[in-house]
Design a protein. Structure first.
Ligand code: AMP
Length: 644
């Protein structure tokens, strides 16, 4: 979720009617009226000490700030159609918690759809909703859409600004060079009412908060904005890498938002380094870079022929092994900034291979609904990363999640190994009481529920978090997993149900030929970049237990059908972003799934409760399946996708 921190100009403007400038968060929590619109204290983001002080104050005064955040949200929005139905126009926390239900997307979808179709946004938010943020969660195959307001951009800016002092605390001299952050915008569309619908980062990068950000010496990028904002992802990637290579001696850190995007850039470099070097050698950018903004700024960065630099880069890229290539190409790099928690953890070993041992830094935890938390120990190992929720971002509540019996069905369900993310029983019912941010308990698992400044009230985000400690009074959370997600390669999030629906459609094809699909499971194969979905299928001829003769064309059609049936984010990643490779079906020999069951039982699963895991993460289990593969088929065409 990385973007450039900007100054608080906008925030200052927000308080421009106020003559008293706030000095610390205590003022805010003590009821300084100047602080109320948005609860954002003001400071100079170039001033790291001031930034740290803000963070200390925020984390010291969690309870008061949360109380004020809720009061502010309710007071502003009590007369919206949505809240009016539950509250009598007044702020009362107890009434709020008693009467406003904890909801899922399906509950608020009718309101979002009304707004998308032209109803006034004050049905959920007093502050006008200026756009809808398309999240990677889906509902009925379409991306979920989260409301966003102009004011919320300032909240995000405030949040980004806070990342700077945290990094400065651990790494010196970040103002003595540049950051090669590879940032991209995604396609956007308009709703019938003319509201923009786009991913949260695209919204932020295209905002004035990003484009008109004042200079911050700790955050100078190698990528000119024109290259980040270029809608052609190939040209954007090429130009950003070119600029990063030309300025290689100045680069102090490299990164992208998610690990998958950064690795995609490394792959792109592997395929294009010769051409990039030729551009550096001649001082001319390739003709296929036709985006006028990109051409102009990249030509300025290239400036003149640099044959020696081209030789040097060519020499490094030409070496047989690309182990440690990042350190070789960008020798002053101190760390790689990419999110490697959650589903991105699968990329840690590949990143370590390319990085030559550089720290992997996950700075923040955020979503389309709201920006949540900051990693206060950015140099900690990926598996030790915790995020401290920032209490003025939203009102946070937590649904307790019970741990499952170690040999319960859920445990077996995922992968037959003792993985942390298989051990909880999620809270199904809304009647379970939520816990407040200050009341969460160390070691406990919770599902995050947010009430935002943008019109979401007691909304279940779907993320399961575990409390790992406290910074002052603010709890810190490890991201455990996302509810219901079994497969993820990039920003796609495929649930067991999505997978079942897609497989069901594909199996109709083979059934019409007298072939039965007896069992299936899946895994995300990220051993090569881009990663791809693999389905293991055990099939048989109707009427006997023999493996049927498999027609390549038919099986490839099955692969395509599964892809066509997966959600819009999957199809965008696959077709537009090329961040997911063609889906593969591996047909396994008869009896393979019995062997899988034996394995799971040997690992502690109860035979009685055994259900075939629909997604496999254990290397051993994958080996059991892989050693019995008799044929492999790949999808031959990218699925249909258009912005929705
Ligand atoms: P989206 O709704 O598409 O913006 O995706 C937001 C979701 O991405 C969050 O709810 C998390 O499930 C996941 N996510 C975001 N940041 C992180 C992080 N730092 N670590 C793990 N998962 C994350």
């Amino acid at each position: 979720m990385r973007a450039c921190p900007t100054s608080c100009t906008a925030v200052k403007q927000q308080f421009s009617t106020c003559s008293r400038k706030p000095k610390d968060v205590n003022q805010m929590t003590r009821g300084n009226p100047c602080q109320l619109p948005g609860m954002l204290p003001n400071y100079d983001p170039n001033d790291s000490e001031a930034g740290m002080k803000i963070l200390e104050d925020l984390t010291e005064n969690v309870e008061q700030i949360q109380q004020r955040v809720l009061e502010e949200i309710i007071t502003r929005n009590a007369r919206t159609d949505y809240l009016k139905g539950f509250l009598d126009g007044e702020f009362d926390k107890q009434v709020f918690k008693k009467t406003v239900p904890v909801v899922n997307y399906e509950d608020i979808k009718p309101y979002i759809e009304r707004i998308a179709n032209g109803d006034s946004s004050n049905i959920i938010s007093a502050e006008p909703i200026i756009e809808l943020l398309t999240s990677s969660g889906t509902s009925g195959g379409q991306p979920k859409m989260m409301p966003s307001t102009a004011e919320d951009l300032h909240r995000k800016t405030f949040f980004y600004n806070l990342l700077v002092p945290v990094m400065n605390k651990y790494v010196d001299g970040l103002d003595e060079g540049k950051a090669m952050y590879l940032l991209f915008v995604k396609p956007e569309t308009k709703t019938p009412s003319g509201l923009m619908a786009r991913p949260v980062l695209t919204s932020y990068y295209k905002s004035n908060n990003f484009k008109n950000r004042p200079f911050n010496r700790f955050n100078v990028y190698t990528s000119p904005d024109e290259t980040i904002l270029c809608s052609d992802s190939k040209q954007s990637m090429y130009c950003q890498l070119l600029c990063g290579l030309v300025q290689r001696q100045e680069v102090l850190r490299v990164g992208a938002v998610f690990a998958s995007a950064f690795l995609r850039a490394i792959k792109f470099l592997e395929h294009n380094w010769k051409e990039l070097c030729s551009n550096i050698r001649t001082g001319h950018v390739s003709d296929w870079i036709t985006d006028p903004g990109c051409r102009k700024v990249v030509s300025l960065v290239l400036n003149k022929p640099k044959p020696e630099l081209a030789d040097l880069i060519e020499h490094e890229c030409n070496s047989k092994s690309w182990e440690g290539i990042i350190k070789k190409l960008w020798p002053r790099t101190k760390y790689i900034e990419v999110i490697v928690t959650g589903s991105m953890a699968q990329y840690v070993s590949t990143l370590e291979y390319y990085s030559g041992g550089l720290p992997l830094v996950s700075t923040m935890y955020a979503s389309s609904e709201c920006y949540f938390g900051i990693n206060f120990k950015p140099l900690s190992k990926p598996w030790d990363v915790s995020y401290t929720l920032i209490p003025n971002m939203a009102y946070f509540e937590f649904l307790p999640v019970k741990k499952k019996n170690e040999d319960g069905a859920q445990y077996v369900q995922c992968n037959g190994v003792c993985k942390e993310n298989c051990m909880e029983k999620e809270t199904e019912k809304e009647d379970v009481e939520t816990v407040e941010l200050v009341d969460v308990k160390l070691g406990q698992y919770y599902e995050l529920v947010v009430t935002t400044f943008t019109g979401l009230y007691r909304y279940r985000v779907g993320d399961i978090l575990m409390v790992t400690g406290f910074h002052n009074k603010a709890p810190q959370f490890r991201f455990v997993h996302r509810r219901n997600v079994v497969l993820s390669v990039d920003t796609d999030k495929t649930s067991e149900e999505d997978l079942l629906k897609a497989v069901t459609k594909a199996k109709v094809i083979v059934e019409s030929l007298g072939i039965l699909l007896i069992e299936y499971t899946s895994y995300a194969d990220t051993s090569s970049i881009p990663g791809h979905y693999v389905l293991f299928w055990e099939i048989t001829s109707k009427g006997n237990n023999h493996l049927p003769v498999l027609d390549h064309k038919i099986m490839e059609q099955c692969c395509s059908t599964v892809e066509e049936s997966l959600d819009s984010v999957y199809r965008r990643c696959r077709r537009k972003d090329n961040s997911i490779g063609p889906l593969e079906i591996r047909v396994v020999q008869h009896g393979t799934f019995d062997a899988l069951m034996d394995f799971c039982v040997s690992q502690g699963s109860s035979v009685n409760q055994y259900k075939t895991p629909r997604c496999i993460k254990s290397g051993e289990a994958i080996n059991i399946l892989d050693s019995r593969v008799v044929a492999r088929f790949f999808s031959q065409k990218a699925p249909f996708w258009e912005p929705v």
